[in-house]
Design a protein around this ligand. Structure first.
Ligand code: UDP
Ligand code: UDP
Ligand code: UDP
Length: 469
């Protein structure tokens, strides 16, 4: 029997502040973490940084807050863009991360005003060097939420060891990470090979600062990367790291209630209902990756040539508010006609999990943003990996290694290679016709669902237990 003191401890609701950064790929897993914590009787304060870059992020946050009125939102107004950073990067999300980092000294007064006092803070990986300087003097335990794969985390935690030599291609053709194996130079996020880039600068200082944190949270499953998780937890990769908690975060109902599923999203849902089981290819490159016009047209040709019906979510600009061009303007009238005969294409947000879990969907052409990979595993849909930026090739290797899918080919980083329609069509066919792949994806889903979903999730339980203690 447990003691009365232990019972009281079990009932205590720890108060946790969540500090996401920018991009739907960061906001979404934070909000899913918040929903899981609420279901386990935690008190949650959500810190939102303003102005917000995309409409999708604003919509996700509003939908979450209206679904969970018990959450306290603290709006954090960040400093304006720094002209020197703007000169070094055009990426609106990197620039937003940099602005939030530069503003975080202003967060102390918000944190000290919270009642009851915080038991923990969870900080987005892109902000950690700045957030730790605020929470350390306030003695608030701070946890890193790494929003990509455990394999990418292994590179991140090992980065300070190799960063100096990386820039010189004659010195390093691969990085050998203890306990993990070799990551070829061609899979390393390209901006890490440019030491003066904004991304590489942040990555280096953050990697050095990891040891100051109280724990690392990663949204991943043993079914995707058990060997990597084991090596990380055993301390084989890099010494002195804080404890690692792998949590499995599942999609939540607030994502279904989004007010921005416009006409296109509605049409997708109706169209899917009319298709045969497992016959449809779903194509999306996430929330912030736009292909070149030329590549978009090759992709259109590939989809038509594959012979399978498709749902294609097209992005022509990284930031949704700037993506005003009509579909026909992007595709041209002729291709628009061909595409409309075989599939459905939209240029707006769709509820991706809702599409993936539709019985008609049989395959996913994905850039391998980590949330997309986790979602594919959760619903058991095979993936044709087409990584384009950053961590996506490393995530693609996880997809291939776990058997959830395979890499399209030597398709280069974004803009380096024009992948022809013919080849895209062939690879899509391969994915759709591979019965073994479909079975394996289904197995991953079944295995994941045995352990993930709140109460069965050891990582989440251990984390909350630590905060209650
Ligand atoms: N997403 C969505 N609908 C869209 C585009 C994206 O629901 O039209 C979601 C997707 O399900 C995932 C997130 O946005 O949860 C994108 O994150 P990911 O890590 O896959 O890629 P990123 O956008 O960060 O490149
Ligand atoms: N869920 C969601 N959006 C989706 C799919 C799932 O919000 O598109 C949530 C929802 O809360 C659901 C839970 O995830 O109850 C479990 O999802 P699952 O796909 O297992 O739903 P089921 O098929 O059991 O209805
Ligand atoms: N990018 C993207 N999706 C990602 C990460 C980056 O589309 O998940 C794009 C981003 O918008 C930017 C480019 O990749 O245009 C970053 O690469 P570049 O070498 O141009 O860096 P920059 O100097 O613009 O920061």
């Amino acid at each position: 029997m447990s003691s009365p003191a232990a019972d009281a401890n079990d009932l205590r609701s720890p108060h946790v502040a969540l500090l996401p950064s920018s991009g739907a790929g960061h906001i979404t897993p934070f909000l899913r973490l918040a929903a899981s914590l609420l279901s386990q009787n935690c008190r949650v304060t959500l810190i939102t940084s303003h102005p917000i870059v995309t409409q999708a992020e604003s919509n996700l946050i509003s939908s979450f807050l209206s679904s969970f009125p018990q959450v306290t939102e603290k709006q954090f107004h960040i400093l304006p863009l720094d002209p020197a950073s703007a000169a070094s990067s055009k990426d609106p999300f990197f620039l937003q991360w940099e602005s939030i980092r530069r503003s975080l000294h202003l967060l102390s007064s918000i944190l000290s005003s919270l009642s009851p006092p915080l038991d923990a803070m969870v900080s987005d990986i892109t902000l950690i060097s700045s957030t730790i300087t605020i929470t350390k003097p306030m003695k608030i335990p701070n946890y890193v939420f790494f929003t990509s794969s455990a394999k990418m985390f292994s590179l991140f935690s090992y980065y300070s060891v190799v960063s100096e030599s990386l820039a010189d291609s004659t010195k390093i053709s691969e990085i050998k990470i203890p306990g993990i194996g070799a990551i070829p130079r061609s899979s390393i996020p390209p901006l890490l090979l440019v030491p003066e880039s904004l991304f590489a600068t942040m990555f280096k200082s953050d990697s050095d600062n990891l040891r100051q944190f109280d724990g690392i949270i990663i949204n991943t499953f043993d079914q995707l990367e058990s060997k990597t998780l084991k090596a990380l937890k055993a301390g084989e990769v890099a010494g002195g790291l804080p404890p690692l908690f792998n949590v499995g975060l599942i999609p939540n109902d607030f994502e279904r209630k989004l007010g921005f599923g416009g006409e296109g999203a509605e049409a997708v849902s109706k169209w899917l209902d009319a298709q045969l089981a497992k016959s449809v290819v779903y194509v999306s490159f996430g929330s912030r990756t736009a292909l070149s016009r030329e590549q978009i047209r090759e992709l259109g040709e590939g989809l038509v040539k594959s012979g399978y019906p498709f749902v294609w979510v097209m992005k022509d600009k990284a930031v949704d508010k700037e993506d005003g061009e009509k579909l026909e303007g992007v595709l041209g009238a002729e291709m628009m006609g061909e595409v409309k005969e075989k599939g459905i294409v939209v240029k707006e947000w769709v509820d991706q999990v809702e599409v993936l879990r539709h019985n008609s969907v049989g395959g996913f052409v994905s850039h391998c943003g980590w949330n997309s990979v986790v979602e594919a595993a959760w619903v058991g849909v095979p993936v044709l990996a087409w990584p384009l930026h950053g961590d996506q090739r490393i995530n693609g290797e996880v997809v291939q290694g776990s058997g959830l899918g395979f890499m399209g080919g030597n398709w280069g980083w974004s803009g380096q290679v024009l992948v022809k329609g013919e080849e895209i069509g062939r690879r899509i066919k391969e994915m759709m016709e591979d019965e073994g792949l479909r079975l394996r994806a289904g197995e991953i889903r079944d295995e994941v669902r045995k352990v993930v979903g709140g109460t069965g999730d050891d990582g989440l339980k251990q984390l909350i237990q630590k905060w209650r203690a």
